[in-house]
Design a protein around this ligand. Sequence first.
Ligand code: 0A1
Ligand code: ZN
Length: 856
Amino acid sequence: MSAELTAADAPAKRLSDYRPYPFTLETVRLDFTLDPDATEVRARLTFSPRQEAAALELDGEDLELVSVAVDGRALTPDDYELTKTGLTIPANVLPSQPFTLETVTRIAPSKNTALEGLYMSNGMYCTQCEAEGFRKITYYPDRPDVMARFHVTITGDQPVLLANGDLVESREGYAEWVDPWPKPAYLFALVAGDLRAHSGTFTTMSGRKVATNIWVRPGDEDRCDFALQALHRSMRWDEEAYGREYDLDIFNIVAVDDFNMGAMENKGLNIFNSKWVLASPETATDADYERIEGIIAHEYFHNWTGNRITCRDWFQLCLKEGLTVYRDQQFTGDMRGHATKRIDDVLSLRGRQFREDRGPLSHPPRPDHYREINNFYTATVYEKGAEIVGMLHRLLGAEGYRAALDLYFERHDGQACTIEDWLKVFEDSSGRDLSQFKRWYTDAGTPTLRVRDSFKDGTYTLEFEQETRPTPGQSEKLPRHIPIEVGLLSENGDEVLPSTVLEMTEAKQSFTFDGLATRPVPSILRDFSAPVRLERDVDTSELAFLLTHDRDPFNRWEAGRALAQKVLIGRVLGQETDASFSDAIGALLRDETADPAFRALCLNLPSEDSIAQALYDQGETPDPAAIYAAREGLARDLASAHKTLLAEIFTSTEATGPYSSDPEQAGPRALRLAVLRLLNRIDGGARAGALFASAENMTESLGALAALVQTGQDAAAMAEFRERWQGDRLVMDKWFLVQLANCPPETALERAGALTGDPLFTWKTPNRFRALMAGLSGNHAGFHRADGASYRFYADWLLKLDPVNPQVAARMSTAFETWTRYDEGRREKMRSELERIAAQPGLSRDLSEMTQRLLG
Ligand code: 0A1
Ligand code: ZN
């Protein structure tokens, strides 16, 4: 069991230790005979040596080895070395010519609760092999730079038997799949079960017909069409935006209920957490629809950025993830509007990645060491990785970016690549030197960008200074190459300098703009052109001016956000605050020309966690209860100040006609719910109650429920919701989450405790565990109660989950990543919980590494 290996005995892997594999793997034949307790895997691997006298090292974990043969000759245990982590056949036992290794192994998918390798979910077999799960299926060089063509047979009594590639033979109880594209083992997939397909056809740009299927459990067929259409939109978009065509005759997506992550891009056979496939208006929210479309796109886009061109080693993870996230962000922007998409993405970047970067888990997008790679599927690798691609796009322009990507696909198709290969493509296609830019990949930490400005004799000067704090293991930081998009506005709001990208490369650098009649108002870091923390002394009137006049929608929103943050921090610290934020909100509420989704984003107050972070960044110690009170107080004051306008908007945004998740309907609905959240503070939950009673879609139903929970008067609605949806696992996840994330903080822990006793709390299902625990940790003041009781409760559950599913336990431990932000009392309490976890005998490598890093 890998759980017995603790971080203490697992040495860190280092990028600098990379060595190519000494064999070429020519062909792979796998024969599966399925059985819940004893699945037999017969593997025939043909290797040809690339070096003289190299031993054959194969990874393997939790496998029962039945037999090993080389070129048909059975080996005895004296011929090889078998350990907990693999099988080694010494060079003297191997031919110096190409040879075939045949192994037979047995595994027990029904006992696999870690959900890595081959496991079972509701009677269905499925696999998860990224990053290192294939070694739990058979002995194999489980590393992404070993790519091979797979030929797979499945024998089993399930009606549907799926694997990667194209189906070449099938009869009852048997299927044979051949994948013509060489791939690393992490992209292998197998699914077997009683499944139903929702099917379609996609005709590619060269006229080939591709069969598309969404496979689900019986009964879920009517919730698949949105995902199928999203897949077709993604396929078309990748042809149009990147010239990338699909390359097999079939594309399958399978939905499973037990899944550690969101979804997985296995070649031709994507496997999805059912949460990100199944959608109907009654059960999915507008936000779910948008996420489903985005994740379907993400996994599909991996076909080129990840599968056709993969990573040389796991240190390069952001090569495929950063680029693919960037591509899915572009896609969603094209489908649903770029301005709101950018704001959503920046909110999530700051909420997750900046938070990660500011604490003990900070690491470079391309780390140079790790113990457990599963712990590096992080916001830094994904979201910051995407920001870096976005900066390259901005620096090179649309045409330059497309030329670089064309060269990337042309030069590296079929290869396992590095960040160096990627940057070289940009250098070669643009003629630019990107050696300084590369620091974005190799350095951890979020740079702070300080700005000062001055105006004299018609010349306006912007003076920038960048600084990055030390991060774990990296104390000295050199300046980065930062694209700063700016525009200048005149005092009546006209743009006197349209958007321009300034390139900062020095620690301190000034830019001047001549020939101006009056002092302009700067709009800096438009469209959030770089993942930095901007620091500038701006007065509230200038922010209010930008909120009204900026042409750049991101910076308009950003000005409103900065205003809100200023007011909130002022309230937390007991300082005088002025009325400019409330006035600006009033102006926005009256501005019917503004996009409703945009207005909704402006009305949403910064989260308690982000206020805590802002205080910490300013050198203050955040007090969770004071933050909660300040935010509630501001919401109440805004509601009182604008109650008539808000009530009018609440009425006028009521949707008519059948539900659609399109932005045309989702935008006004988002605005309506944002307004409801404010009015709810002064109407005693009256509107929320009425909306809950009349709602016909999950967006409104859940929005109303969240508002009721916030008032503490939700008992009847909660019971009714549970009664109606108890048979629906996805909706019940929402039920668990919504009450904990939104309830008054003093009730959160008690509620969480009671919910763990609910028979529907099936904690071994990752989605259910996450719903409850993320609900609690998302209740900022409830999680950070001063007595530390929530910390203890949370840590107890991590310890309980760890032996069952270490990967999820480790990911959930990030609730503690902000422990250094708080006062001594809370810090000590969190630290002692982390130490208690770290000291647990038999702790998994996953959670052990996380607690050690968290403790620094
Ligand atoms: N590559 C997938 C995410 C993923 C990563 C790891 C997994 O198991 C440890 C599962 C999925 C993606 O980016 O969507
Ligand atoms: Zn991905």
